[in-house]
Design a protein around this ligand. Sequence first.
Ligand code: NAP
Length: 488
Amino acid sequence: MTADDERAVLDAVPTGLFIGGAWREATGGARLPVEDPATGAVLAHVADATPEDGLAALDAADTAFQTFRTIAPRERGEILRRVYELMVARIDDLALLMTLEMGKPLAESRGEVAYAASFIRWYAEEAVRINGRFQVAENGAFRVLTMQQPVGPCIFITPWNFPLAMGARKIGPAIAAGCTCVVKPAGQTPLSMLALAGLFEEAGLPGGVLNVITASRSGAVMEPLIADPRSRKLSFTGSTSVGRRLAALGAQHLMRVSMELGGNAPFIVFADADLDAAVEGAMVAKMRNMGEACTSANRFIVEAPIAADFGARLAARMGAMRLARGTEATSEVGPLIDARALAGVHELVEDAVARGATLLTGGAPADGAGHFYPPTVIADVPADARLLDEEIFGPVAPIVTFTGEDEAVARANATPYGLASYLYTRDLGRAFRMMERLEAGMVGVNQGLVSNASAPFGGVKDSGFGREGGPEGLQEYLETTYVALNVD
Ligand code: NAP
């Protein structure tokens, strides 16, 4: 990838606020920088919205909703279909843009663009399948008619780790349902979402249906929108602490709320598992997105007799991965998002080592520029190590051991989080017993990747509530109106 390729992709991104179908500067003209996490270089400046701009975006979404809710389902589906086709056609440019602002290797960015596009395609197909029902009341007194209607203007807030997919899996079902929205991407990675807004514009989405605002003062700009009773739905993906605060704000006017929050996924390997498959699955569950994923395997819980073998194999695979800026063809591990993330990951590793854990590979930040942390495997991690309690959000795999199903379940569930969990065993009965006992919204059985457009993604406990993807993801944007119909 040449510097000219990078410049061309960056220059093509609209960097203003997308409000009411038009691009404009923030009130007062302020802009905020977007940096390359591999080099620290400033890639672009985007508009820095004020609270006034935020309200203008909600005004636009509210106005557009009055007409958009009535357009034909097929028309909504066709717009989404065109956006899907544009995303596929522009996958190389979108992937390069994502790698530049977020850091992940190009192959992973291509994977995310395809993943994001799959939600847009799925909901393009679902838009025409929204229906209701008709029934004779049980006592025959009247008829029962139900209609599914769009909930109304929505507020979407997304994190930096999946700059396109986290927005696409909210925008797709919202538009399919006939909702309008205001989206705020993360301050560190706004460019991918701005590029997506450009594709919606190109696909002919009516003005005001999708509004995108970028802001450094996210609370000051977004909290008044959440508190505004015109907003009927909040879907937030991010940290549990911010999610908790925003859910409380939304509760003031009882808006519909979905929270996709942090995780602390257990990855359980029984001694009867196919060890090759378990290591392969561990590589995906741990190293996808350099470990900066809410579904990332955070604790490897391995049955005692195979723990040493599993640890050695995982360390060999992870230790051989190549670190480089994501734009390099050889890159398998890009930089972490920023210096704070790097320091946080290293602090957790140091804490575990200080408490007696054994480093099998990695363990110290890489030399040179950028926030690179090498893939790290740590065995014999004591129960009081912070690594086991906190979301690592980096390429670090702590291993602990267990004996028997009860101990595996107890260890796996010993966290306030409950997003993903993974389980490797060849015993079918055990797989069923375990999947029923694990406290998690998603369970991968002999499978290290759970994300898919056709499946309901989401968590329990402190990992949040609500689902994205599949038919469940569409229901998040629909209200049921029931009509009692007198036919006498
Ligand atoms: P974060 O600090 O909670 O930020 C997420 C988003 O919220 C960003 O757009 C941020 O804007 C915005 N924000 C922060 N404070 C706000 C406020 N008071 N009002 C309105 N918006 C506010 O989380 P993060 O560190 O970026 O993301 C990492 C977290 O996301 C991890 O815990 C991860 O597990 C979770 N995550 C969950 C899922 C899932 O589906 N469950 C998926 C991906 C990530 P700024 O960028 O401007 O601060």
